[in-house]
Ligand binder design. Structure first.
Ligand SMILES: C[S@@+](CC[C@H](N)C(=O)[O-])C[C@H]1O[C@@H](n2cnc3c(N)ncnc32)[C@H](O)[C@@H]1O
Length: 221
């Protein structure tokens, strides 16, 4: 028998309460969110504020020193990850957009973490395939084009240390993953990816209802 569902649906006031009960954002994050909001519709691509806090705590909690991100946009998730790294830590960011990542670079400098971040602009699949397999990464965040997820997953897992974590964003796709009438390249790509990740014996994984759904996978020793 399936377990009795145990979750709390977030309406706007409960979400506001949740946001207010975490470590507050500093001025750099607030300014970055405001500048990104001025981009209009694209701004929705930015991770949520609570997700940024979560990523920073997670990266710090596992003692990550080397991290990689696929899908940087204006840089909020990268800022959170970089802030979770120790001094001397390294984050490699991959994105195709010069325009959006220029914004990111300004905020990384403002936050004093620019020296921890290396940005490579170009299709992430090509950049990943060209990376050496060592030294391995401790942490990875995947948040780019959805049809690319299987390649990003595969190339990252090959370069992740045993015990390292991969976090994958948008795995619930606004709930459409369980609505068969919802068709389209993105939702179908996410469904395929979720099934693939679930069947991957190299990891243990859990899908968290954080923002639009976040899969956390730990590479088994
Ligand atoms: C959802 S946004 C990332 C949001 C970001 N993580 C943040 O916190 O603001 C997706 C990003 O993936 C990038 N992207 C799309 N296709 C890509 C590809 N083939 N290779 C690398 N980046 C890609 C886009 O330029 C965009 O900046």
């Amino acid at each position: 028998m399936p377990p009795r569902p145990k979750y709390t649906t977030l309406d706007p006031s409960l979400y506001e309460y949740l946001l207010a009960h975490r470590t507050p954002d500093d001025d750099v994050v607030r300014e970055l969110r405001e500048e990104t909001a001025r981009l209009g519709g694209h701004a929705d691509m930015q991770i949520s504020p609570d997700q940024a806090t979560f990523l920073r705590i997670l990266v710090n909690a596992i003692g990550a020193r080397r991290a990689i991100e696929v899908g940087t946009f204006t840089g909020l998730s990268a800022l959170a990850i970089a802030r979770g790294l120790p001094p001397g830590g390294h984050l490699l960011c991959l994105d195709v957009s010069e325009e959006w990542t220029k914004v990111a670079c300004r905020y990384w400098a403002k936050a004093g973490v620019a020296e921890r971040i290396e940005l490579r602009v170009g299709p992430a699949a090509e950049t990943l395939r060209a990376l050496p397999e060592s030294p391995p990464y401790d942490f990875a965040f995947i948040d780019a084009d959805k049809k690319g997820y299987p390649v990003y997953w595969e190339e990252i897992l090959r370069r992740l240390r045993p015990g390292g974590l991969v976090a994958v964003d948008n795995v619930l796709w606004d709930g459409d993953v369980v609505r068969p009438m919802k068709r389209g390249e993105d939702v179908e790509a996410i469904r395929r990816f979720n099934d693939m990740a679930r069947a991957d014996a190299r990891v243990e994984s859990v899908m968290l209802p954080v923002a639009d759904g976040l899969t956390l996978a730990r590479k088994l020793p």
